[in-house]
Design a protein around this ligand. Sequence first.
Ligand SMILES: *[C@@H]1O[C@H](CO)[C@@H](O)[C@H](O)[C@H]1NC(C)=O
Ligand SMILES: *[C@@H]1O[C@H](CO)[C@@H](O)[C@H](O)[C@H]1NC(C)=O
Ligand SMILES: *[C@@H]1O[C@H](CO)[C@@H](O)[C@H](O)[C@H]1NC(C)=O
Ligand SMILES: *[C@@H]1O[C@H](CO)[C@@H](O)[C@H](O)[C@H]1NC(C)=O
Ligand SMILES: *[C@@H]1O[C@H](CO)[C@@H](O)[C@H](O)[C@H]1NC(C)=O
Length: 304
Amino acid sequence: MEKRRDRVKMFLFAVVLLFAFETISGCDYPTFKNTSVTVVGVRGVDKISGCLEPDGALEKASYIQIINQSIPVLYSGAIRNLPNLVDAVLDNNGIIEINAGAFYNLPKLQLMRLENNNIEVLKNGVFNNLMIKELHLMNNSISVIDQGTFNHMPQLTILNLDKNRLSNWNGDWFLYTPTISNLSFKSNQLKHIPKGAFRNLKGFHIIAGRNITTNINFDDNLIETIDPNALEGLNVLGWLFLSKNKIRELDENLLDPLENIDWLKLSFNQLSCVPDKIIEKIPTVTRYIDGNPLSDYCRAKIFR
Ligand SMILES: *[C@@H]1O[C@H](CO)[C@@H](O)[C@H](O)[C@H]1NC(C)=O
Ligand SMILES: *[C@@H]1O[C@H](CO)[C@@H](O)[C@H](O)[C@H]1NC(C)=O
Ligand SMILES: *[C@@H]1O[C@H](CO)[C@@H](O)[C@H](O)[C@H]1NC(C)=O
Ligand SMILES: *[C@@H]1O[C@H](CO)[C@@H](O)[C@H](O)[C@H]1NC(C)=O
Ligand SMILES: *[C@@H]1O[C@H](CO)[C@@H](O)[C@H](O)[C@H]1NC(C)=O
């Protein structure tokens, strides 16, 4: 009797589990509603509803493009379990929110483009553990990036967040994401570059057999101050773009951690001069200090 009751209990438990799994793996929140889509690798799919998943023919999809549609929220599971997907382009769709798990189990995905949307927050759990190499988020409304957003992205090389509303930089970003070689945050509202801002990144990479140095673009922000130890942890750098900011002063030891830097651009700031020690390290900087209120003494010293 006892044994039988146990068996019944086990059976009921299994049924409950099964249902629980059904709900987790089902497409509970339909992200797409008769949305126009261009798919490469599959014939005859031009409208989708629910989630993008291998139902029907999508298993072979290698490229998915959705442009000029209305998709306010990318819900969890929006694009998932597509074993052959390489590129996902989701530009100009009025996307405001992306929920954790929106992109799930996409083992071959290399490029994700979400340009010209209205995304406000980059949450933890949206991009983590994706094997993508390029993430393009230009022209959104991003003002908040959760601390773990870019952690554990072991192949990420290009990250573009130009034309957003970010005002704070966090040196704790990019944990276990050391392969970024092109970091672009042009036209944001950054005010300060803190100590160890890039300490989780590397300045030098060998990508496809080529030596590549890291480029960092902070042009057209509101940067007033740069911590003297901002570059701590890097030992080389390609380009460091700081034009069109409000920098008044550079610490003479700023470039000390670097053995080499290819270019430093400081045009259109509020500098009255550039420390000798910086000019010694990178003499070409004098070509990129136009548009600053340099003192006469400084001009005489630099352009003599
Ligand atoms: C989907 O959109 C097409 C036009 O683009 C329309 O003909 C069709 O009826 C729509 N289907 C549904 C289910 O709304
Ligand atoms: C999207 O809309 C823009 C502007 O309305 C237009 O120039 C572009 O061709 C459209 N792209 C697609 C793929 O529909
Ligand atoms: C930025 O995105 C908006 C849509 O959110 C679009 O209307 C605008 O044209 C885009 N700007 C640029 C410069 O592409
Ligand atoms: C890397 O960044 C620089 C400066 O922002 C840009 O000009 C260049 O096109 C980028 N390269 C790639 C491959 O995205
Ligand atoms: C690339 O970098 C490696 C390691 O620093 C160096 O030994 C090699 O000479 C470099 N190759 C080129 C082509 O610069």
